[in-house]
Design a protein around this ligand. Structure first.
Ligand code: NDP
Length: 255
């Protein structure tokens, strides 16, 4: 097998949580381009239809399972639906996420819970649910979408819950990787810098000035620049990589 063949996801099935827009839609496209059948997971059926149309028009086999990843029964149903559609599952991308921008003293208990529920608890629930399947079949790759915010503190739009959740996701990645490596299951994370999506206040002038001026590359990233890293971590191209947190932030956290 040559090096490029190792990136192939032909005959593999990938589940992408939060695949209905933003980064998740871009990751689904890249996984599909690499040959995978993709299952999008989210709550917004209308948004999902747009992504499905785009994927299918590019000859990618794609389906949508409507689910709230913070609800364990929904997550179980995603696994069951995927197995019933494809008879197999190989890749889980834990991408669904949420952010509340507020200084620490203004964060309500509800804000804190809402962020932790999606960014951390749901990553755990999805990983455990799919992990059971992966361990029993002796193969599988989980890619958690962390953030450079798991290493540094975002400002001037403070987001303490988000930062804490992403740092926890990075360490959960290592914990699960160590435990499941003997079972043929790899667990890695991708830690992106700022990318323009609904979540990022990238058009805010103060934010823009701060992040662009301090960024070594002097720009935000694009989903197309992250997606190949997800394909790498999902595929056999990274067969000796587990427990890693791959930073893709234009060098921001390196300096
Ligand atoms: P978006 O806000 O554009 O998209 C969030 C996605 O998460 C949507 O598809 C949404 O689907 C899904 N989602 C949220 N809550 C739930 C839920 N309870 N159940 C199911 N799906 C849910 O965010 P991004 O694309 O920007 O972010 C994707 C990931 O990348 C997140 O984990 C984020 O933290 C991370 N990230 C983003 C960065 C950026 O600059 N954009 C930088 C670093 C990390 P639906 O509405 O259909 O439920």
């Amino acid at each position: 097998m040559n090096a490029l063949d190792r990136f192939s996801l032909v005959d593999r099935v990938a589940v992408v949580t939060g695949g209905t827009r933003g980064l998740g839609a871009g990751f689904a496209r890249a996984l599909g381009d690499a040959g995978a059948a993709v299952v999008l997971v989210g709550r917004d059926s209308e948004a999902a239809d747009g992504v499905l149309d785009s994927l299918r028009s590019n000859d990618i086999r794609a389906d949508f399972v409507r689910a709230d990843v913070t609800v364990a029964a929904d997550v179980e149903q995603v696994l069951e639906a995927t197995l019933s559609l494809h008879g197999r599952v190989d890749v889980l991308i834990n991408n669904a996420g949420a952010c509340v921008h507020a200084p620490a003293l203004d964060v309500t208990p509800e804000d804190w819970r809402a962020v932790m529920d999606v960014n951390l608890d749901a990553v755990w629930t999805c990983s455990q649910t799919f992990g059971r399947q992966f361990v029993s079949q002796g193969s599988g790759s989980i890619v958690n979408i962390g953030s450079m915010s798991g290493f540094i503190v975002n400002r001037p739009q403070w987001q303490p819950a988000y930062n804490a959740s992403k740092a926890a996701v990075h360490h959960l990645t290592r914990s699960l990787a160590a435990e499941w490596a003997p079972h043929g299951v790899r667990v890695n994370a991708l830690a992106p810098g700022y990318i323009k999506t609904d979540m990022s206040p990238v058009d805010d002038p103060q934010f823009r000035q701060h992040w662009i001026e301090d960024a070594p590359m002097q720009r935000y990233g694009a989903v197309e620049e992250l997606a190949p890293a997800v394909v790498f971590l999902a595929s056999d191209a990274s067969s000796f990589v587990t427990g890693s947190v791959l930073v893709a932030d234009g060098g921001y956290t390196a300096f």
